[in-house]
Design a protein around this ligand. Structure first.
Ligand code: ARG
Length: 462
């Protein structure tokens, strides 16, 4: 068995269980590209500082590139004894180019190295996620565009409340996703700092040009404090928080898709390609994608709590507890990616049952507020108007009719101020289209907003 890189002061080998328990290689091997990229930059900066000869740096870099290929092609599979991806790459480098490989870790610790790798990895993934959220925004906007004339009940307390346009309802999700994008960009900005040079905790004793490392790796800035550089995981926590909020939005949308595709609602039908069946009940068509998304929201919240809790009592600087940052992060990224990829085609292929949505606005007195507003416009204080309209609703419930069925004589039993134009005032279309206020559901207002958001998504993902 190979000796550990740190075996100098040890006289016994590592217990096998400890080896297994300690190793992060089973999950941090996915960082290999970023580890190698960081090492190439480090070797370049070591050469710049005169610590490595140019030719030595060249050999190290060539070796690192060859290792990257080996891992990509499955020719080099790091094992548990190698502990983590950083040691695995270094060990392989020495195997390939001899003792020169041992010079790579000059002026560096795994503590600043892992901080660098994870920042590189996260930056890369945040970009991809921003793009995937953009694709979802595009799908939401497109489906909204197809439903600019689809009238449906809006709900509060899941009770029919007031009519809205489906386009307006969907564009609410656009606003949520837009804020999610903003949060991902904010997080990206704080992830975009280069920690290498912090060494184990106190800073490297070599005169390394940290700004050059940052420039080579495309970082916006270098970190300011060596202790903070190796013990900061705020950027991951921030990412997990942003992801949790994004998942919460996806879960709310999922919940609506689940409800709407039920027979009770019957507002939409998901495509067969995005539904699953039952092993026993032949008639079933289930919205599993939406349900799983709702379910997986819990594990993303859990990931946030895992890391917050792992970090909460750690003294400065690095502690091994921090190795626990990776699985929650990786799991969150994997979960988000698949969901964000499956949602756009699922939304684009769902069938909207416009008639059923409109029909549902006919029952439930969604226009009761409009009756109250009618009186308010005639000078009745809103509270009084609310009571009168409530009495009209109670009357209709008793008679099993709707407000639209009332004739003028009926209306006038509740208030003399009701005139023949009350009929028009309580028409569902009218209820919608009086809400021309900025941000409201009137068709003209939603059309305007739709035009704006179409231009926004066309412009790009920011
Ligand atoms: N595998 C470790 C991690 O993920 C790398 C850093 C280890 N540093 C150390 N001093 N043991 O956190």
């Amino acid at each position: 068995m190979k000796k550990k890189a740190w075996s100098g002061r040890f006289s016994k080998g590592t217990n096998r269980l400890v080896e297994e328990f300690n190793a992060s290689i089973p999950f941090d091997k996915r960082l290999f590209r970023f580890d190698i990229l960081g090492s190439i930059a480090h070797a370049t900066v070591l050469a710049d500082a005169g610590i490595l000869k140019k030719a030595e740096a060249g050999k190290i870099i060539a070796g690192l590139k060859a290792i990257e290929k080996e891992i990509e092609e499955g020719r080099f599979r790091p094992s548990i004894e190698m502990e983590d991806i950083h040691m695995a790459v270094e060990q392989r480098l020495t195997e390939k180019i001899g003792p020169l490989g041992g010079k790579l870790h000059t002026g560096r610790s795994r503590n600043d190295q892992v901080a660098l790798d994870i920042r590189l990895y996260l930056k890369d993934n945040i970009y991809e996620l921003i793009w995937l959220v953009h694709e979802l925004k595009r799908a939401v906007v497109d489906v909204a565009g197809e439903n600019i004339d689809t009238i449906m009940p809006g709900y509060t307390h899941l009770q029919r409340a007031q009519p809205v346009l489906l386009a307006h309802h969907l564009l609410a999700y656009y606003e949520m996703l837009k804020r999610d994008t903003g949060r991902l960009f904010d997080c990206l900005d704080r992830t975009d700092e280069m920690p290498l040079g912090a060494g184990a905790l106190a800073g490297s004793p070599y005169n390394l040009n940290r700004k050059l490392t940052a420039r080579l790796l495309g970082f916006a800035r270098v970190t300011e404090n060596s202790l903070d550089s190796v013990s900061d995981r705020d950027f991951i926590i921030e990412f997990l928080a942003a992801s949790s909020i994004l998942m919460m939005h996806l879960s709310r949308l999922s919940e609506e898709l689940i409800l709407w595709s039920s027979q009770e609602f019957g507002f939409i039908e998901l495509s067969d390609a995005f539904s699953t069946g039952s092993s026993i009940m032949p008639q079933k068509k289930n919205p599993d994608v939406a349900e799983l998304t709702r379910g997986k929201t819990g594990r993303v919240y859990g990931n946030l709590l895992t890391l917050l809790t792992a970090m909460k009592a750690l003294p400065l600087a690095y502690n091994k507890d921090m190795q626990e940052d990776k699985e929650p992060l990786f799991d969150t990224i994997d979960t988000l990616k698949i969901i964000l990829k499956v949602f756009p085609p699922m939304l684009r292929t769902m069938k909207v049952k416009k008639d059923a949505m409109l029909r549902a606005t006919g029952a439930g007195f969604l226009n009761a507020t409009d009756a109250a507003d009618y009186l308010t416009r005639k000078g009745v204080p809103f509270r009084e108007a609310h009571r009168i309209a409530g009495e009209a609703v109670a009357f209709c419930i008793k008679k099993k009719i709707t407000l639209e069925d009332l004739d003028i004589a009926d209306w006038q039993r509740f208030s003399r101020l009701f005139g023949p134009d009350i009929k028009k005032a309580v028409a569902i279309k009218n209820s919608l289209n009086t809400r021309r206020i900025y941000g409201g559901t009137a068709a003209s207002t939603v059309k305007k907003r739709l035009k704006e958001v179409k231009a926004e998504v066309k412009k790009g993902c920011c």
